[in-house]
Each structure stands twice: as C-alpha cells, then as structure tokens.
Design a protein around this ligand. Structure first.
Ligand SMILES: *[C@@H]1O[C@H](CO)[C@@H](O)[C@H](O)[C@H]1NC(C)=O
Length: 331
C-alpha cells in the first residue's frame, strides 16, 4: 500500500516541531507539581517526611488526577506507601487508572501491595474504567501479586473477564488460580475456552494443565492435547504484514508521545492511521481502546478491545482493556 505521507519527504521543520511538543507539555506540567511530588520523584523519604510534618498536603492531586499515594504505588515503593498512609491518606482513592492497589497490581509491585492490603485496601473494588484487581495483577504478569489478592479475599471467579481467560497463557498464574478454585470452563467473549486460548497463544504446558479440568468441547473432534492444539491453530488465520516497519515505528512513537501528554484524540487518530498499515497488530487496538476509554467513549473502547482480544487471546493486557471498557459502560 502506498504511504499517505512519509518521513522521507517531511521537511525537517515539522520533525523538530513534533519533537518539541512533548518537551513543551512536560514543561507546563512542572507548574502543577508540588514540592512533595518532587521529593517523591527524587525518592527522598527524609524530605517527604519533613514536608509532610510541615504542612504539605498529602491529598493533593496532580493535573492527571493522581495523588501522592497513586504515584507511590506506581513507583512500587513500600516505605513511601507506608508513610503516606500514616499521614492519613485514604487507602482507596480512585484515579483514571483505578485505586493505588490497581496501579501496584498492574505494575507487578507486590511489596507495595502488601502495605496497601495491610491497611485494608479493598481487593474486590469496582471502579469505572478499570477491571478487577485480579485481572490487573494478571496483566502485570505477577503471580506474587495474584497470590496476595487471593489471600486477601479476592474472588477468583469475579469480573467481566474471568481471571482464567486472562491467565490462560501465564503458566504460574494459571496453576495457582486453578488451585485457588478458578473455573476453567467459562468461555471468553468469543466463545473460546481457556484451553483454546492456551492452545492458540500459549505453551504446550498450559494446554496440559488445563486439559484434565476442561469439559470436552464438542467442536474439537480429537479430544487430546495434540488434537486441541491442532484444532485451535487451524481455526485461526494468523498472518502478519511486516511491510512499512519504519513508518509504523514512527507512527507508534508519535502516538505514544500524544498518550504521554494526555492528548488521546491525536493518539487515537495516529493509531487509526497505523492500523491501515498493519491490520494484525493487536497492541494498536489495545492502545486505541485506552484512548477511547479516557475520552469517555465506552462503545468505541469496547469495539477495539474486543477486536484486540479476538486477535491475540493470549495477551492479558488485551483482556484488561476489554474488562475496563465493559466496566466503563456498566458503572
Ligand atoms: C501503547 O501504550 C504504551 C503506554 O501506555 C506504550 O508503552 C506502548 O509502546 C504503546 N504501544 C504502541 C503499539 O503504541
């Protein structure tokens, strides 16, 4: 396919301009940041403590709606989390990315999660635009985080996407969730069972683990490990279009820059252009779904997330996006 516009012909001025936009926006953001945020960015516990003792407001949110506890959870710093909680910050404030527990789980920060849970963070909390905490931990690929949540009482069969659908290709999470009572016979949004997802995108071991606990699927004629793998692979029509690699990389990097400055409209537009070049890249769909989600368009977010999970069922982050979109529409 002919490119619409290519870097080879773009004047350098435009290129420079594109580079300067993020710099400009980063500078304007600095105005919002309090000394407390600066201390956190620098990892200075002593300064944080001093500021908090002298009247710094630990509840103040930044321009993106994140308060210091969200930020500490994203850093995964347990001491910082502990300090903020000791100063009276509530444990479950909701941001665009969910509660601090969501953020810690999604980033695989088990130590920070431990502190939050010790302070009674709600491990079954439902918030618009974020999925269950268990799904966040699976998306973060951390079996440690998954365990912490289950031990704290998270429901292993809850959610608009079940944990086993999202964990079908993560061997450690899969084993643990089955032991904890997760149901392997609930299909995904396209009618595929976790074992089919594992056969399509996971390892043979994942299929072997699921085989003894999955009910026989009538459309699979040869009900054996090899039979299921063969069936799943022949049913999917996977093919990649790897042309335009360079153009795609440029579009992605522009889109990510737009995402970074919360310009979801531009990012979504860039992803749409990128999709014309590569119709088989599920990450484009997942990120455009996030853009629509942040713009409050649940239906479009859902459409992209559905397409993403259909294309790449073994990718937990895709399932997380789908759950988040459904949750936005529901709540
Ligand atoms: C999607 O967004 C994430 C940040 O949220 C970024 O790290 C990643 O590179 C993006 N992927 C694509 C294909 O743009």
């Amino acid at each position: 396919m002919q490119l619409i516009w290519g870097y080879g012909h773009a004047p350098t001025g435009i290129y420079l301009f594109e580079l300067l936009i993020p710099v400009f926006f980063s500078l304007t953001r600095l105005v919002y940041l309090t000394p407390l945020f600066w201390a956190m960015i620098g990892g200075r516990m002593d300064t944080m403590s001093y500021l908090l003792d002298h009247g710094a407001n630990p509840h103040k949110v930044d321009d993106r709606g994140f308060n210091p506890l969200h930020r500490a959870a994203r850093r995964g710093d347990p001491e910082m989390v502990e300090l903020l909680l000791a100063k009276g910050v509530s444990v479950d404030p909701v941001s665009a990315s969910g509660t601090p527990l969501h953020i810690a789980a999604y980033n695989g920060h088990d130590e920070a999660m431990k502190i939050l849970l010790k302070h009674n963070a709600d491990c079954n909390k439902i918030v618009p635009g974020a999925e269950t905490l268990l799904l966040a931990a699976i998306a973060g690929s951390s079996v440690k985080c998954v365990k912490l949540l289950v031990e704290a009482g998270a429901d292993v069969n809850d959610g608009l996407i079940t944990p086993l659908v999202a964990a079908a290709t993560n061997t450690a999470c899969l084993k643990y969730l089955l032991e904890a009572g997760a149901n392997p016979n609930v299909p995904d949004n396209f009618g595929r069972m976790p074992i089919e997802i594992a056969a399509l995108d996971g390892s043979r071991e994942d299929v072997e683990i699921l085989f003894p606990v999955t009910y026989c699927i009538p459309t699979v004629h040869d009900w054996s490990i090899d039979g299921i793998i063969h069936h799943a692979k022949s049913a999917s029509m996977k093919q990649g279009d790897h042309s335009n690699v360079r153009r795609m990389a440029e579009l992605k990097s522009l889109a990510v820059n737009s995402l970074k400055r919360n310009d979801y409209f531009s990012a979504a537009t860039l992803y749409s252009v990128a999709m014309k070049h590569d119709r088989h890249d599920a990450t484009l769909l997942s990120n455009r779904s996030l853009c629509f989600l942040r713009m409050g368009d649940g239906h479009k977010a859902l459409q992209d997330a559905l397409a993403c999970s259909e294309m790449r069922p073994g990718w937990p982050k895709g399932w997380y996006r789908l759950g988040a979109a459904l949750m936005l529409l529901k709540v």
